[in-house]
Design a protein around this ligand. Structure first.
Ligand code: URA
Length: 236
């Protein structure tokens, strides 16, 4: 895919769109060693681009995993509340969005990217990407309730939930793996079996798992291998 030179430079953090236009017009930008004075010049991102004598580090698509803490909302901007994008310190967040959403009081793994196509597919019901949640419930979970969650429960939507995996860990917490991402799905599923969520944390999203050493509020770029595995998650 080709994009405009001024957009690429702005996306790469070389300056605002009007600043980089200025740099280009002043002759401060080269493409593969050739001076280019046209902000609208189309480039692929594979070229060696220099701005004011510095090589521009440009990756068309950027992917980050965030350990979303409680108390932060999954949005790109908000008048009052802190958003997950506010946590990406030092990152050029142009066009970056969260993939799906976690409630304000939910913590855990959140993927953020400017790769809209990948995001769309990861959220599509067609690909059934697994998401595993750790759930602390108000009351102990009965075997009957676990079975019901696994089979699918009526949460008031047109259709019951798809089959899920529901297991207890050694600490008496519920590990619930779902393949959909309906609004407040886990909370509504627990309500459907007569219980209530007290604490919710997402541990995994497709092949991505929340690293134990990634503290709440911290983030890091995905490795090339993690990106590759995510693409594999949606290739079936
Ligand atoms: N299900 C919920 O109820 N809340 C979340 O944040 C995620 C899944």
């Amino acid at each position: 895919m080709m994009i405009r030179l001024d957009k690429l430079l702005a996306d790469a953090g070389a300056g605002t769109r009007s600043q980089v236009k200025e740099y280009i017009r002043k002759g401060l930008v080269t493409i593969d060693g050739q001076l280019c004075k046209k902000p609208e010049q189309k480039v692929s991102g594979q070229e060696q681009i220099c701005c004011q004598g510095q090589a521009v580090d440009y990756a068309r698509y950027r992917y980050y995993m965030l350990h979303k803490p409680q108390g932060v909302i999954t949005a790109t901007e908000d008048m009052r509340e802190r958003t997950v994008l506010d946590l990406l310190n030092g990152v050029n967040t142009t066009d970056i969005s969260p993939v799906g959403r976690l409630d304000k009081d939910t913590e855990g793994l959140l993927l953020l990217t400017n790769d809209g196509e990948l995001a769309h597919r990861l959220l599509s019901p067609k690909y059934h990407v697994d998401k595993c949640y750790l759930v602390r419930t108000a009351r102990p979970m009965e075997a009957k309730a676990l079975e019901a969650l696994e089979q699918g429960v009526d949460i008031g939507d047109e259709k019951p939930t798809l089959p899920a995996r529901a297991q207890m860990n050694a600490q008496g917490e519920l590990l619930l793996t779902i393949r959909e991402g309906r609004y407040h799905q886990i909370k509504r599923m627990l309500r459907a079996v007569g219980n209530e969520v007290l604490y919710l944390k997402r541990l995994s999203f497709g092949s991505l798992t929340l690293p134990e050493d990634l503290e709440a509020g911290a983030f890091r770029p995905l490795t090339a291998e993690e990106q590759e595995k995510l693409r594999h998650d949606i290739s079936r």
